[in-house]
Design a protein around this ligand. Structure first.
Ligand code: BES
Ligand code: MN
Ligand code: ZN
Length: 507
């Protein structure tokens, strides 16, 4: 079972739990606020430990103090965890998410219940609701694990099951409550996306992924359509069909519709997520080393589905469409060949130079479908190129687009959510690499500027519709931990950015 979050008004020193989580800024000698309250209840113990240099506010410093009930007068919690926040000057919502995530992990195997204050809650410039949301998001995303196939693990022993988020000031409770509720919706949606990405490809076929999408649609009352390969062929989606024809597993082209503004169909945004449930490379077969993580090649689709869950809860006044062209990329007997030419839905001919550049082929027709159905704005999200990771490492997704206003909106949404994103150019010099001798365009530009040529290719199918492309191959899966992500595997990025974007574009 996951972590349950509960908002409550009260005095931290009087709430029973295995651990009370408080904090300290760098340089503070005499703790104030809730930490000061705890310090006084413990007879100045935290102050003494600060004097000794054991407890500090340095970022990353965290000290667990044992306070057995009854030993410290009226102080009730069994332990106190003091989290260092770093310098107060540059403390923001992303830091809150990280501190919250690190704290719940520090208590792993130790506490089953804990009580935390809202980190950053008392600081000028930080909004109580947003800080509360960040605490909730960090706790949920930070405590995530994918252990359904670990029958023998002891992961469930002393697992943190309940986190109380406590506020002393009555007047702030409504804001804390609404912030925590938003944080729960967002954190759970992101973890939902991570589950889909982490699920192995033998289990998560296109049909199983389509079923997950259907459940999201039913849960929130979205429109739901799924088209099989024959229907896609008859609509002219030969670029998508070409990728799907090498697999025995039936492809599923899924379209979800949230109608937030039924009176105005043109008030819309279309979210397109690359949904390759396994990418073997096709006949341009990947080396085995490059194939092991390719169960995650539907990370774009997973983030879009996660975002739709948040949209369904937040109900912004805008129509949000999700398009997920699901298929495997396999080298079966029916597989397309390098050198094949296919005609995409928008009429352009594509020379398939490399069958491993399959994501852009499926996206070409998904964009064609979106435009055909009245898309006013298109965002596509895709684990598209290994080159994104070469260019940017694992801290930023690569952004491209043809519309400055939409690009700005995406960058702002990313800033709000804490998802790293960095814009790269769509320069004419790189565009030339996609030229084909025999067709309108080639699906691979070779090694140089790999993320840029991929984006140029997709732009051929966005045409004049405002469009932003997010290449998440750099950030979708990680090894080690970073920020609020504390475990190997899927991050679920950029689930929350997409939902923030939909909200910011709403009327
Ligand atoms: N799914 C891969 C991209 C990828 C690589 C995602 C590593 C995550 C981690 C994509 O379909 C692919 O194979 N891209 C090729 C493009 C090339 C053939 C032009 C790549 O990046 O090598
Ligand atoms: Mn590929
Ligand atoms: Zn791929």
């Amino acid at each position: 079972m996951g972590l349950t979050l509960h908002t409550m008004r009260g005095d931290l020193t009087q709430i029973a739990s295995d651990a009370a989580i408080v904090n300290l800024f760098d340089g503070v000698k005499r703790p104030g606020g809730a930490t000061g309250q705890v310090d006084r209840a413990l007879g100045g113990l935290i102050g003494d430990l600060i004097e000794d240099g054991e407890v500090t506010g340095k970022r990353g410093n965290n000290v667990l103090i044992h306070t057995p009930t009854g030993r410290y007068g009226e102080f009730v919690p069994k332990r106190v965890l003091v989290m260092g926040l770093g310098k107060a000057g540059d403390f923001g919502y992303d830091d809150i998410r990280e501190v919250s995530a690190v704290a719940v992990n520090r208590l792993k195997g130790i506490a089953t219940t804990a009580t935390t204050i809202v980190h950053g809650g008392g600081i000028g410039g930080l909004d109580t609701a947003k800080a509360s949301q960040a605490v909730a998001e960090g706790a949920l995303v930070g405590s995530y694990s994918f252990n359904k196939y670990k029958k023998t693990s002891n992961d469930s022993d002393n697992r943190l099951g309940l986190l109380n988020i406590v506020e002393f000031d009555d007047a702030k409770i409504p804001e804390v409550r609404s912030g925590v509720a938003n944080g729960i919706a967002a954190g759970e949606a992101q973890n939902f996306a991570r589950d889909l990405v982490n699920e192995p490809a033998n289990v998560l076929s296109p049909e199983v992924m389509a079923e997950a999408a259907r459940e999201v649609a039913h849960e929130h009352g979205f429109g739901f359509e799924v088209m099989d390969l024959a229907e896609c062929r008859s609509m002219g989606m030969n670029a998508y069909v070409g990728v799907a024809q090498g697999s025995h597993r039936p492809a599923q082209f899924v379209h979800l519709t949230y109608e937030g503004d039924p009176s105005d169909a043109s008030n819309n945004v279309w979210l397109i997520g690359k949904s390759i449930t396994f990418d073997s490379g096709g006949l341009s077969l990947k080396p085995s080393r490059g194939m092991v993580t390719m169960k995650g090649d539907m990370g774009g689709g997973a983030a879009v589905l996660g975002a739709m869950k948040i949209v369904g809860a937040a109900k912004p006044r805008i129509n949000v469409h999700a398009v997920l062209p699901m298929t495997e990329n396999m080298p079966g007997g029916g597989a397309q060949r390098p050198g094949d030419v296919v005609k995409a839905m928008n009429g352009k001919y594509i020379e398939v130079d490399n069958t491993d550049a399959e994501g852009r082929l499926t996206l070409a027709d998904a964009l064609g479908y979106a435009r055909e159905n009245g898309a006013a704005r298109i965002i596509d999200v895709a684990t598209l190129t290994g080159a994104a990771r070469v260019a940017l490492g694992t801290g930023n997704a690569a952004l491209f687009g043809n519309d400055d206003a939409l690009m700005k909106s995406v960058l702002e949404a990313a800033e709000t959510s804490g998802d790293g994103m960095w814009q790269l150019p769509l320069d004419e010099t790189s565009k030339r690499l996609n030229r084909s001798d025999i067709a309108d365009v080639k699906n691979s530009g070779g090694a140089p500027a790999g993320s840029i040529t991929a984006a140029h290719f997709i732009s051929e199918f966005a045409e004049d519709t405002p469009w932003v492309h997010i290449d998440i191959a750099s950030v979708s899966m990680i090894t080690g931990s970073r920020g609020m992500f504390r475990t190997n595997g899927a991050t679920g990025a950029p689930t929350r950015t997409l939902a923030h974007l939909a909200a910011s574009l709403a009327r």
